[in-house]
Design a protein around this ligand. Structure first.
Ligand code: AN7
Length: 331
């Protein structure tokens, strides 16, 4: 099974696919107990490259192949780069990714390099990278696979279909991290096309990178959640309209709140996501919820081993004797 079971609602044929989608919808008993809501986690880290980006990339790269593109390019905080590199490799296209130097998680960098993309570390941030690739594709026949690409949005809307099919109806609210605001736009489109009630869309940005919360671009965004370190979201206006029409909201969570949710998910629910993904659960814990709610966990925890090792307990060194092992295990 893959998201291509919804192919009648997608604009291209599956020319390039790694069987993405069909990700687990996991009940969260601890979070439910804590909040009083019925909480579910949509674990998008289970996609082939470990993030929701694969949903959009399979459609966007299929379209690029249909159109005869020779290469695909994106600016990225990391996950789009990993996904674009994988699908370009699969398609036999050249892949180029522009990432902010020093601000991309190790796993994502390893993926982009292993999939043999040309990886460019820009001495600038994501917003500058996106501006440059948008100019570049004006001059060359390269397909831009950032979420400004409509095919990306169409692919990513299938997550909403899966949730509605999984629960039997749309949930009351959707908690979701927001960076460039492509994904929240996609979920909105998905719920709309599913022809069911649209849940309240509750988007969360990191405090130091919250342009949509403040209503203006942030020149120097900062957050531990490198995936959403974005100061000028490409789909900001569209997302704000979607949020308003759903009677939802966009709010900020601090890095501390993000990291607390990140640890709680791993330690109490057994679900390991990356820091940016935990912004949805940080929002749930900070602002509360009622009814049946879904938190989108956009990327896998293994993407960012450095963040994990920073947050977790230390390993316990031990001499190779039974007494010593007994003490550290049972003590
Ligand atoms: C784990 O990879 O923008 O609001 O270049 O990787 O649709 O941008 C990643 C974004 C949330 C925010 N969670 O989604 C990129 C990039 C994770 C992410 C988001 C991203 P959008």
């Amino acid at each position: 099974m893959s998201l291509w079971r919804y192919r009648d609602r997608l604009p291209v044929e599956p020319l390039v696919t790694l069987n993405e989608g069909d990700t687990p919808l996991i009940p969260a008993p601890r979070l439910s107990e804590r909040t009083g809501a019925e909480v579910w986690l949509k674990f998008e880290g289970a996609n082939p490259t470990g993030s929701f980006k694969d949903r959009g990339m399979t459609v966007a790269v299929s379209a690029a192949v249909r159109e005869g593109a020779q290469a695909v390019i994106c600016a990225s905080t990391g996950n789009t780069a990993a996904s674009a590199a994988a699908y370009a490799a699969r398609a036999g296209l050249r892949g180029a990714v522009i990432v902010p130097e020093g601000n991309i998680a190790t796993g994502k960098l390893a993926q982009a390099l292993m999939h043999d993309a040309r990886v460019v570390a820009l001495r600038g941030n994501f917003d500058e990278a996106l501006r440059l690739v948008r100019e570049l594709v004006e001059r060359h026949p390269i397909s831009l696979v950032n979420s400004v690409n409509e095919f990306r949005i169409d692919g990513q809307k299938t997550a909403a279909f899966e949730v509605c099919d999984g629960l039997g109806e749309a949930p009351d609210a959707l908690f979701i991290p927001v960076g460039n605001a492509g994904n929240i736009t996609s979920w909105h489109r998905g719920f709309e096309e599913y022809e069911d009630a649209i849940p309240r869309l509750l988007g969360f940005q990191a405090e130091g990178a919250a342009p949509l919360v403040h209503g203006r671009a942030v020149a120097r965004p900062e957050t531990v959640a490198s995936a959403i370190r974005i100061g000028n979201p490409a789909r900001g206006e569209e997302a704000m309209e979607a949020i308003a029409s759903s009677r939802g909201s966009i709010r900020a969570v601090s890095d501390q709140e993000i990291l607390a949710a990140y640890r709680l998910l791993a330690a109490k629910e057994g679900v390991f996501c990356e820091p940016a993904s935990a912004a949805s659960v940080a929002g749930l814990l900070k602002y509360g919820a009622e009814g049946r709610v879904v938190c989108v966990l956009t990327g896998h925890g293994l993407k960012d081993p450095t963040a994990a090792l920073d947050q977790a307990r230390s390993v316990i060194p031990c001499e190779p004797s039974l007494a010593a092992v007994e003490e550290v295990v049972m003590g």
